[in-house]
Design a protein around this ligand. Structure first.
Ligand code: GLU
Length: 417
């Protein structure tokens, strides 16, 4: 793996850089930079034609110093142990920065979900969850949706665990449907967080919402909700895109008209909204105030960064900006709100869902949103102040807070035995 790209090495390089800046003691660095444990499972599934196929799956807990591990489970052909470990590491920093009582975890199955029938998907999900049961539990490790997993799959996970332990256990997963212990506001939460972070940074930069032109890459659950919220407060959403391409309209687009697209992948949002068709590259380099990359990793690259005209970037996707592009944007004075700050809305409302499930007491959407907004604002505020004080970028300042909290927890707890 030494020559190839390793997401875990990338996560560790980011950690090392800030640990060095902070002067963190070497002994703590060794503890915090490596994943604590990773379970690898071989999942047998009876297929509809009667044959048995096996799938590789993983659950990694990077660190649990601040509380049970938390993080999603993804189904994709890109899933590898390296990717899962890196994503678990990023969850540790995300939860730590958010100030919620969790460590970081992540899981995944190496599978193309489009190849499976509904029955096969259910059998795969239930058997996988049984296989990782030694690690999970409402006080140990709480999975959630991620790429290609949703509330339906979380219901199967919750039911499987509950059957295995002999009692209904709502707190073992989050991202469940509302009728099964899910939280109001969870679906929109990640997009809402991206929006709230951007609005806060706009206030700090003196950008009026009424004058703001917004561009959003990606029209899945995150991009859709961010776009709708910007539109609702009177910003001009001038560019949107999905897998099929982009659409641009300087007079503003109405993202609610593309709602069906956001919920299914059959049609492009470009055919549902009025505007000029543009390429992905044209979209990212549009003249605008705020750019929200909410699609995939490695979208803002060294070659695109010099041409980016946005004043502010709020990262909805995980890792949309390469380290080279990050430096170019910083030198150009573009404010980049890093992914693990901007897209923490999902896990923050997961935390609310878990708390509600443990108490069997559920809150109204208004209350959920108000609490989410408060945490998002507080986090950006303190990261902003530290970045100015130390003359560093927001990403490094966010890492600083995140690492400091986990290091302090580790120090207070001590090493057992
Ligand atoms: N998968 C989401 C994330 O990466 C949510 C995790 C969670 O809610 O636990 O932040």
């Amino acid at each position: 793996m030494s020559e190839e790209y390793s997401a875990l090495r990338q996560a560790q390089r980011e950690f090392d850089k800030v640990a060095e800046m902070m002067g963190l003691e070497q002994s703590y660095r060794n503890v915090l930079r490596e994943p604590a444990r990773t379970l690898s499972v071989n999942v047998p599934v009876r297929m509809d034609d009667g044959t048995i196929r096996t799938f590789k799956g993983y659950r990694c807990q990077h660190n649990t110093a601040c509380g049970p591990a938390k993080g999603g489970i993804r189904y994709s052909l890109d899933v590898t142990v390296d990717e899962v470990q890196a994503l678990a590491t990023w969850m540790t920093w995300k939860c730590s920065l958010a100030g919620i009582p969790y460590g970081g975890g992540k899981g995944g199955i190496h599978v193309d979900v489009h190849e499976l029938s509904a029955g096969e998907l259910e059998r795969l999900s239930r058997r996988f969850f049984s296989e990782i049961q030694p690690l999970v539990g409402p006080e140990k490790d709480i999975p959630a949706p991620d790429m290609n997993t949703d509330g339906r799959i979380m219901s199967w996970y919750m039911d499987t665990y509950s059957m295995n332990v002999g009692k209904t256990t709502l707190g073992v997963v989050t991202g469940k449907p509302i009728s099964l212990g899910g939280s109001e506001g969870r679906t929109a939460a990640t997009g809402r967080g991206v929006f709230v972070a951007a609005m806060n940074a706009m206030r700090k930069k003196g950008i009026e919402p009424r004058d703001a032109r917004i561009v959003i890459q990606g029209f899945g659950n995150v991009g859709y909700w961010a776009a709708v919220l910007f539109h609702e407060v009177g910003c001009q959403v001038v560019g949107l895109s999905d897998y099929y391409g982009g659409v641009y309209n300087p007079k503003g687009l109405d993202p609610t008209k593309g709602k069906e697209r956001a919920m299914s992948e059959d049609e492009s949002v470009c055919n549902m909204l009025e505007g000029d068709r543009i390429t992905n590259e044209e979209l990212l380099t549009l003249d605008c105030d705020v750019l929200c990359p909410c699609a995939l990793q490695n979208q803002l690259t060294e070659s695109i960064a010099p041409r980016i005209k946005a004043k502010l970037i709020s990262e909805g996707a995980n890792g949309p900006t390469t380290p080279e592009a990050d430096q170019i944007l910083y030198d150009k004075g573009v404010v980049v709100i890093p992914d693990f700050l901007a897209n923490a809305g999902g896990v923050i409302v997961s935390y609310f869902e878990w708390v509600q499930g443990l108490q069997f007491f559920f809150w109204h959407e208004k209350e959920v949103n108000a609490k989410l907004d408060e945490i998002m604002d507080r986090n950006l505020d303190r990261v902003w102040v530290l970045a100015e004080e130390k003359n560093i970028c927001l990403r490094d300042a966010a890492y600083w807070f995140a690492i400091e909290r986990v290091a302090r927890a580790t120090q207070l707890r001590g090493i057992y035995p």
